[in-house]
Design a protein around this ligand. Structure first.
Ligand code: GCO
Ligand code: MN
Ligand code: MN
Length: 386
């Protein structure tokens, strides 16, 4: 019942289950697996899709013939397992050349190189089937605002995205872009730090209809924000092209924990929002196993992400079918009909009628709002006693 199926569109990046457990304080704790081995591992745990950065698949110094061999082997692994590539992206953060950003570097040569690298990576992604292309501006930011003009940086970022949507149209690729905001790490401050900032920026682009967002649980939580509200805003704007699911304790370092492993209740409201509103784009787990895990435990980690999602999906259905919960919701939102005529947009008549209407403020303020009862029912539902 909680087994992953292709229709759930569960995907993992090569860098997620392939994470070798290196951190700023310590060396790797797991041996590096090849992309082909990772594809087989993902197939074994029941995933549907695999995503990659250009250099997760093809090392930055690979020759053309090495690239071709790697791509052939990878395609064979996809054929053998039935996995698909829904999303691809560019590594614009590991190489020292990007130490001060890629599209927002102060060095025009770096900005041009970032465009070239991204066009090549788009070609690679499209060749392998990707229809979503993610832009995570990991190095697009500063530690000090003394050295970079934030208005210039925004202008460069916009120019880059306009150039690249131009490239996609010119190549007639079936590809949409998804911007992935993050407030910090690895930069002191990253530009476009939240989903809301990205949504506003997108509206300033030449081909804004081709560009949406890829929100990540951990990123909004790092900023102390309510992720579900941001996802709702992206959905409302028709911009939820992709989602990165993981977990993160508020106020901590960038943790990338297994989905639902820290904030179970917020994970529930997120899954409920996605499922109630027919979200049908990839569900990508951008997380990695604990540094202490071996590869058997990495598989448990991968399965756990998907299983928790599906359990929460069932809990959301239970919430919707729970008579007591639904009765409370109905009670909370029920109207007495006295203001029905004022809804649905402005008219001069309505405005006049509303100005003439008298409200019994004291009576209205005395109405019950049983959110405590409702929330306790949710807690009990999640704890499995309902
Ligand atoms: C992070 C980001 C990345 C991106 C990835 C795909 O915090 O490092 O979440 O994992 O999602 O680079 O663009
Ligand atoms: Mn992240
Ligand atoms: Mn991410």
């Amino acid at each position: 019942m909680y087994d992953p199926k292709p229709e759930h569109k569960f995907s993992f990046g090569l860098w997620t289950v392939g994470n070798i457990g290196r951190d700023p304080f310590g060396e790797p704790t797991r041996t590096q697996k090849s992309p082909v081995e990772i594809v087989h591992m993902l197939a074994e745990v029941g995933a549907w899709g695999v995503n990659f950065h250009d250099n997760d698949l093809v090392p930055i110094n690979a020759t053309a013939s090495e690239r071709d061999q790697i791509v052939r082997d990878f395609k064979q692994a996809l054929d053998d397992t039935g996995l698909v590539v829904p999303m691809a992206t560019t590594n614009l953060f590991s190489d020292p050349v990007f130490r001060d950003g890629a599209f927002t570097s102060n060095d025009a040569r770096v900005r041009a190189y970032a465009l070239q690298k991204t066009m090549n990576a788009i070609d690679l992604g499209v060749e392998l089937g990707a229809t979503t292309y993610v832009f995570w501006g990991g190095r697009e930011g500063t530690e000090t605002d003394a050295g970079k003009d934030p208005l210039a940086a925004g202008k460069w970022f916009r120019e880059a995205l306009n150039f690249l949507t131009g490239y996609v149209k010119d190549q007639q690729y079936d590809l949409r872009f998804a911007l992935e905001p993050k407030p910090n790490e690895p930069r002191g401050d990253i530009y476009l730090p939240t989903v809301g900032a990205a949504l506003a920026f997108i509206e300033t682009l030449d081909d804004s209809e081709m560009v949406g967002v890829n929100p990540e649980v951990a990123h909004e939580h790092m900023a102390g924000l309510n992720f579900t509200h941001h996802v709702a805003q992206a959905m409302d704007a028709g911009k939820l092209f992709h989602i990165d699911l993981n977990d993160q304790a508020f106020g901590r370092y960038d943790q990338d924990f297994r989905f639902g492993s820290v904030n179970l209740k917020s994970a529930f409201f997120l899954v409920k929002l996605l499922e109630d509103n027919g979200y049908d784009n990839p569900r990508h787990f951008d997380a990695h196993a604990y540094r202490s895990s071996d590869y058997e435990d990495v598989k448990a980690f991968a399965r756990g992400n998907m299983r928790t999602y599906l359990i929460l999906k069932e809990k959301a259905q239970q919430f919707n079918a729970d008579a007591e919960i639904q009765a409370l919701l109905a009670e909370i939102t029920q109207t007495d009909g006295t203001v029905d005529g004022f809804g649905g947009g402005f008219s001069a008549e309505k405005a006049a009628a509303l100005q003439a209407h008298s409200f019994d403020r004291t009576a209205i303020a005395q109405r019950g709002q049983p959110y405590e009862r409702l929330d306790q029912l949710v807690v009990e539902l999640l704890l499995g006693v309902r």
